[in-house]
Design a protein around this ligand. Structure first.
Ligand code: GDP
Ligand code: IMO
Ligand code: MG
Length: 423
């Protein structure tokens, strides 16, 4: 059996959590492969709305084994809060949640470093979620990080202290205050004691044994391809590999074992944090999109920047991920518009039109070139079948399929599990 991968094709928050939860009954395992508590994946069902940060979105389906893979950076304090928050759902997390011993641990000083580095960048700040993601991946690549398995070692505290001393040197360079550290450490070590009681495993064996015995695995991406460390709008990116290849390194699965790649995109674009966004709207149309789409961060509550769909960017993401099926999310948010625009090209200051994301593009003042389409401008409430979609929405979907050359197999028209239309 091959492993399917589900990932965001834009700047995150495409609706990955909702769709993992919808697809989960078709799988035996759901596995997160990168990112950490910077993610906020929202699920809605039976009138309940729940946001997950580090726990995979298969957790509400009792038959699913949820794996936090080696590629993830994990904050024990947030994990404890997340598990406590699941208390009311009677989930057997000892049975349904396992964590790779090779995942990397976020320690309190990583969060302080994240804040110090952001402050030092002034108006060039990334807009990080301040969860310690960048500094933790930096230590991982620099070969000095602590991993989940280390917490079981008798000299964990010594290893921890050595890393903290290194961090303190950097923090003092930035004159960053340390007065909150003692309290953060108290919470951290309490959470580590709880962490030790969880199911900590060598997840690469579990994943590969499962594939060998024909079990179905869905790898759940966090963030989106345009935030990828290599292919995103660097330096305004996250610090992990958010693309299909990240599912291989983040779980220990060979590229030849990747099956379907589900690429999720919103029917428009949003971005939270800094960085280029060619189709961003600064007018009342953008404001209306934000309001209608409730575009406020699931992790930080920050307002998301909004704009029309960007085809050159979407094509780029489809290319680097080899997307086999597209899922279009939040179609209902465009109900309010009489006319909908889609960016087909960028125009350079020289007047030349391009449809590729070159290295230089983020420094150029590109203008989006739009195709306008008639909006459906009607509610989609109650529709449960593609045939009943308004003709203008069907035209929108067909135009995108033609432009992107990949079938759109699912259209989401609301946050609830039920508001999902398969084609
Ligand atoms: P993720 O990070 O990709 O899992 O996405 P988020 O959960 O951060 O953001 C997506 C938001 O859109 C959440 O509030 C979802 O409940 C909501 N959502 C998902 N699909 C739809 C949809 O089709 N329509 C509407 N209106 N909201 C949706
Ligand atoms: P999900 O999984 C949207 C953005 C931040 C910032 C940049 C770097 O919910 O789609 P980081 O904290 O990673 O150092 O921040 O990346 N970012 C996200 N934006 N959705 C996310 O996750 C994000 N995770 C990080 O806003 O611009
Ligand atoms: Mg999110």
């Amino acid at each position: 059996m091959k492993m399917d991968v589900l990932l965001g094709l834009q700047w995150g928050d495409e609706g990955k959590g909702k769709i993992v939860d919808v697809l989960a009954p078709k799988y035996e395992i759901v596995a997160r492969f990168q990112g950490g508590p910077n993610a906020g994946h929202t699920l809605e069902f039976d009138g309940i709305k729940h946001v997950l940060h580090q726990i995979p979105s298969g957790i509400f389906r009792s038959q699913i084994l949820n794996i936090i893979g080696n590629g993830v950076v994990l904050d024990p304090i947030i994990l404890k809060k997340e598990i406590d928050g699941l208390g009311k759902f009677s989930i057997d997390y000892m049975k349904n949640l396992v964590i790779s011993k090779k995942a990397t641990i976020i320690i309190p000083t990583h969060k302080l470093l994240d804040a110090a580095l952001e402050t030092s960048k002034g108006d060039k700040k990334i807009g990080s979620t301040l969860k310690g993601i960048g500094p933790t991946y930096q230590d991982k690549i620099g070969r000095s990080a602590l991993r989940v398995g280390d917490i079981l070692s008798p000299d964990f505290k010594d290893k921890y202290q050595a890393l903290v001393e290194k961090h303190k040197t950097i923090l003092s360079f930035y004159n960053h205050p340390l007065d909150v550290l003692a309290e953060m450490e108290e919470q951290f070590f309490a959470a580590v004691e709880f962490f030790k009681t969880l199911n900590l495993i060598d997840s690469e064996y579990v994943v590969n044994d499962a594939l060998a015995s024909n079990k179905r695995i869905l790898a759940e991406g966090a963030q989106g391809s345009l935030l990828d460390i290599d292919f995103g709008s660097y330096p305004f990116v996250t610090s992990s590999t958010t693309m299909t290849a990240g599912a291989c390194t983040g779980l220990g699965v060979a590229p030849s074992k990747i099956g379907e790649v589900f690429g999720i995109f919103k029917a428009y674009c949003t971005r939270v944090g800094s960085g280029p966004f060619p189709t961003e709207l600064f007018d009342e149309t953008g404001e209306a999109m934000r309001k209608e789409g409730n575009e406020f961060g699931s992790t930080t509550g920050r307002p998301r920047r909004c704009g029309w769909l960007d085809l050159p960017a979407l094509r780029y993401s489809i290319m680097i991920n080899d997307v086999t099926q597209l899922f279009m999310m939040k179609g209902d948010v465009l109900n309010i518009f009489e006319e909908i625009k889609i960016c087909t090209h960028y125009e350079l200051p020289t007047g030349e039109r391009i449809d590729r994301l070159s290295f230089e593009i983020s420094d150029l003042d590109v203008k989006p070139v739009y195709k306008a389409m008639k909006g459906w401008n009607t509610s989609l409430k109650g529709i449960r079948d593609y045939d009943n979609f308004p003709i203008e929405l069907k035209d929108y979907v067909s135009f995108l399929e033609e432009q992107l050359n990949v079938p759109i197999k699912l259209v989401s028209i609301g946050p609830d599990r039920e508001q999902t239309i398969l084609r």
